[in-house]
Design a protein around this ligand. Structure first.
Ligand SMILES: NC(=O)C1=CN([C@@H]2O[C@H](COP(=O)(O)OP(=O)(O)OC[C@H]3O[C@@H](n4cnc5c(N)ncnc54)[C@H](OP(=O)(O)O)[C@@H]3O)[C@@H](O)[C@H]2O)C=CC1
Ligand SMILES: Nc1c(N[C@@H]2O[C@H](COP(=O)(O)O)[C@@H](O)[C@H]2O)[nH]c(=O)[nH]c1=O
Ligand SMILES: [Zn+2]
Length: 372
């Protein structure tokens, strides 16, 4: 197989892996293509759902003539696993077949694998090549890699502001600042992230649904930070069909304890069917870093934050934003709620730089995408 052919098959495996986006967390997306000695695809597959078969198994199950596996090459976007998790180890499964070579895009950095899958294959006499389309493979699983390394979700902050930097009018209304096309983009992001988050004032004022409606896609979890745990239960987040997908982050220890007790909970006539995460209170507000760590413990690897001003600013100030998606609409308000405040910057030396950024147009708006 030439280097060019290796890239072609690995690209195909990456495209397959992408199909699992939104459905495999907290696992990574993985794709696999098996090519016979003659150069024909004899099996392909991807990790489709969390807890279900890994990509290698799905690809192997497609091979209808086992003879074709002799001297075959297996392309897989992530190092095959070497541990007994929800499924048996894929590295061993591959090693037990008469294949010749395994081509891997990137090593699995998680503690339980971390090179052991590659080692197992090599010890079993299989040729192993790594690093083919590694950059692309890392980009594909950017959020998961971040979650593994930092034990918190990859956080994208989305803001829709006017040309003069406002996210709401003086009366608090903000529907709509950005155009339909921009809002559709946000719904795509919702479906791709494990969870969407808003602050308590936004929940109170906008009564958001945070659902995926403008496009087809799967519904993420919804997180609201409600320090005092006093938001009314008739808000959409607590009363619509996705109530069970709502997570409240609160510093109210007593209420979170009562709610977490299944007996006490059932006794209430209209108990909350979602989840509650308790964090410490700092300067009157929920401790954000702790909240993010606990979201990771709940298997949330990617989080889309949809404001408002205080939550966005507090996250930025604490270095808890990985990517900014800023829509700027060709409109003016001249007053109201500014998108970002109080970063405690007084001098140009302390300005927050972007690692990289690009601009594009969506509908009438421009969208600034920046990595922090
Ligand atoms: N155009 C747009 O893109 C959007 C506009 N909006 C608009 O924004 C307005 C609401 O925004 P805003 O009033 O700023 O409220 P937020 O919705 O941002 O609510 C404040 C949240 O910030 C949390 N927080 C955590 N740490 C801090 C801290 N150190 N300081 C302050 N707050 C902290 C609070 O937690 P705790 O509960 O623990 O105190 C609370 O949950 C509405 O008018 C809404 O329409 C909202 C979203 C998007
Ligand atoms: N105003 C505003 C946004 N506002 C965000 O969307 C939430 C409403 O979500 P939903 O109830 O699902 O439609 C709202 O509470 C706030 O977080 N988003 C945007 O893309 N553009 C906009 O102009
Ligand atoms: Zn596996």
């Amino acid at each position: 197989m030439t280097a060019k052919q290796d890239k072609i098959w690995m690209q195909r495996a990456l495209s397959l892996a992408e199909k699992g986006r939104g459905y495999v967390s907290p696992n990574p997306m993985v794709g696999c293509v098996i090519v016979s000695e003659e150069g024909d695809v004899i099996g392909e597959g991807y990790h489709e759902r969390y807890g279900k078969a890994h990509a290698e198994v799905n690809a192997m199950n497609q091979v209808d003539d086992a003879d074709n596996l002799k001297n075959a090459t297996v392309y897989v976007t992530l190092e095959p696993c070497s541990h007994h998790g929800k499924t048996p180890p894929c590295a061993q499964m591959l090693a037990d077949k008469p294949i010749k070579r395994v081509v891997v895009a990137m090593k699995d950095p998680s503690e339980k694998v971390n090179g052991r899958g590659l080692e197992l294959l090599r010890n079993e006499g299989i040729d192993v090549d790594t690093g083919i389309l590694q950059k692309e493979a890392k980009e594909l699983n950017e959020c998961w890699l971040h979650y593994i390394e930092f034990n918190r979700p990859f956080i994208t902050l989305k803001i829709a502001q006017t040309a003069d930097g406002y996210i709401a009018a003086p009366n608090g209304d903000s529907k709509w600042i950005s155009s339909k096309e921009s809002r559709e983009k946000v719904h795509i992001w919702r479906s791709q992230n494990d969870a969407v988050m808003v602050g308590r004032n936004t929940a109170l004022h906008d009564n958001p649904s945070l659902t995926v409606r403008l496009v087809e896609g799967r519904q993420p979890k919804r997180v609201v930070i409600d320090g005092p745990f006093e938001l009314p239960r008739n808000l959409n987040l607590f009363s619509d069909q996705f109530e069970e997908k709502t997570i409240v982050i609160t510093h109210n220890r007593k209420k979170s304890k009562d709610e977490a007790d299944p007996m006490l909970k059932m006794l209430q006539s209209n108990y909350f069917r979602g989840e509650i995460i308790h964090v410490e209170k700092v300067n009157g507000h929920s401790r954000l870093k702790e909240g993010m760590r606990k979201l990771a413990d709940h298997g949330i690897t990617s989080l889309l934050v949809e404001g408002g001003q205080q939550l966005s600013s507090a996250l930025l100030k604490r270095g808890l934003v990985d990517r900014l998606q800023l829509f700027i609409a060709p409109k003016l308000l001249g007053g109201g709620t500014k998108s970002i405040v109080n970063l405690d910057i007084n001098r140009m030396e302390d300005i927050v730089p972007f690692r990289d950024h690009n601009w594009q147009q969506t509908g009438q708006d421009i969208l600034l995408t920046a990595n922090l």
